[in-house]
Design a protein around this ligand. Structure first.
Ligand SMILES: Nc1nc2c(ncn2[C@@H]2O[C@H](COP(=O)(O)OP(=O)(O)OP(=O)(O)O)[C@@H](O)[C@H]2O)c(=O)[nH]1
Ligand SMILES: [Mg+2]
Length: 451
């Protein structure tokens, strides 16, 4: 961490400006060597200077240079950011000049890693930065900002504080049992507190798992036999004539994808080839893909035709989707009813007529309900959003459960304390109070270069 690192912080391509970020104790001196303008060693912190990046006597680029002295910078180290003209050649040349003067090319995520190691952000906040970069809708971005603002970390801090109070109580009892003014702690005193903590953890976990699934991106596959209106449904949902719709069964032969936002949450919609036995080689490959998508998708929309009796194939297909989250869409309600609904439970069924534009809103509302989209609290979040932190929360919950079990079994309090301490430590791992080197490498390497 003693060296000075540099990288292109903006995306590489053609744009009006690019930023080269330099961080470390020599960053100002290094940039000063190639900068023609004010003496950067002398400019006040948090100022921007106009000038040129030079390669001996020739101008590499016309730039604006920001100087942010330690500790008030992203990494808490001295940071210099060079705003140069966008464009691959100019940007790379400026970076090259910085590297030639002694900076090292940063690894992906290394700036953020330094911000963490220097104590400016915790791990949950670091993950929040990645989420902001990756957010596809405004709502997802808001969720990530909360993470960065420390609201989620605070929730973990609160939990740890409650646990540490219990630990202190136990310790006092063990160490000073002779003090009269200290109430002798019994297992019964601890139990209600532990139960509260457990409840809180279970709630956070439930919300977190939902959010995390949403964050990964929910894949919704439209499945059914040919000609029931699958492609019409895709087009209707994404409000674009993306998939070809005809009255010829077997029109769709390959996967067609689109995306929509419901309540600000992005969903990926996948239209598939109608499933049937066919001799047609191309269609057959499409059918295989459709079957694969039943496995790959997080959610299935099983489309049926109101105007036809259910076939044996459709019932077999229905068997396949049982283990998934699914809804049954009975389409073509504008036509005469021939379908028997007895095979399906009512609360899974939505009737629609894509021809008459009916049922789409109901479908969206049902998806909202299933993913609890209305309950996603942006202002006061009660969830973790990374698989890493969720796994740790689960572990901490198991430790609390074990403590509760031991109390119920009448075990000695100092034995119970071990589990409680473990839970406290495990929660610490979520925010990075304690961490393993390897974990950090893996975590930060997921970032893009220059972050
Ligand atoms: N009457 C009526 N016709 C519809 C409705 N929805 C779709 N269709 C018609 O049904 C036919 C098939 O629609 P598609 O959306 O291509 O059906 P598909 O399930 O994608 O068919 P494949 O790609 O062959 O598997 C087209 O002629 C649509 O216009 C509806 O609600 N009512
Ligand atoms: Mg189709």
């Amino acid at each position: 961490m003693n060296d000075t690192i540099a990288a292109i912080a903006t995306s590489i391509g053609i744009g009006s400006i690019s930023i080269i970020r330099v961080s470390g104790k020599d960053s100002i001196a290094i940039v000063n060597k190639i900068f023609k303008g004010k003496d950067l060693e002398k400019v006040p912190t948090h100022t921007i200077s106009y000038g040129h990046i030079m390669d001996s006597d020739s101008i590499v680029d016309e730039v604006l240079v920001s100087v942010m002295k330690s500790p008030k910078s992203f990494t808490t180290e001295d940071v210099v950011e060079i705003n140069c003209h966008g464009g691959i050649i100019a940007t790379k040349k400026v970076l090259e000049s910085v590297l030639l003067k002694g900076a090292r090319l940063a690894n992906p995520g290394e700036f953020t890693e330094r911000a963490f190691l220097n104590g400016r952000i915790d791990l949950v906040e670091a993950e929040g930065i990645m989420d902001i970069i990756e957010a596809k809708t405004e709502k997802m971005q808001k969720l990530a900002i909360n993470q960065l603002g420390g609201k989620i970390s605070k929730m973990i801090h609160n939990l740890r504080e409650k646990i540490s109070k219990i630990i202190t109580n136990i310790e006092v009892n063990i160490d000073y049992p002779e003090y009269d003014d200290i109430k002798v702690l019994t297992n019964e005193d601890i139990l209600p507190n532990l139960m509260n903590i457990k409840e809180e953890m279970v709630t956070i976990l439930k919300d977190s798992e939902n959010i995390n699934e949403i964050k990964k991106g929910i894949k919704i596959a439209i499945i059914g036999k040919p000609n029931v209106g699958k492609s019409s449904l895709l087009n209707s949902l994404i409000e674009e004539e993306k998939a070809i719709v005809t009255d010829i069964p077997g029109t769709t032969r390959d996967i067609v994808e689109g995306s929509i936002a419901i309540d600000g949450i992005p969903f990926q919609i996948i239209d598939t080839a109608g499933i049937r036995n066919t001799e047609d080689k191309v269609e057959n490959i499409g059918v295989k893909k459709s079957l694969e998508y039943i496995e790959k998708a997080d959610f299935i929309l099983f489309v049926l035709n109101n105007n036809e009796k259910i076939t044996k194939e459709e019932l077999e297909l229905f068997e396949k989707i049982q283990k998934k989250n699914y809804l049954i869409l009975i389409n073509k309600m504008d036509l005469e009813k021939k379908i028997e609904e007895k095979h399906f439970s009512k609360d899974h069924i939505i009737e629609m007529s894509l021809k008459e534009n009916k049922g789409i809103e109901e479908l969206k509302n049902k998806i909202k309900e299933i993913y609890h989209l209305e309950q996603i609290e942006v202002e006061n979040p009660s969830y973790l959003t990374s698989a890493r932190s969720i796994a740790l929360l689960k572990e901490a919950l198991e430790e609390i459960n074990s403590a509760i079990y031991q109390i119920n079994e009448g075990m000695e309090i100092d034995m119970v304390e071990i589990d409680i301490r473990n839970a406290w430590n495990t929660l610490g791992l979520i925010i990075g109070e304690t961490y393993e080197e390897e974990l950090l490498d893996q975590l930060f390497s997921q970032f893009c270069l220059g972050k």
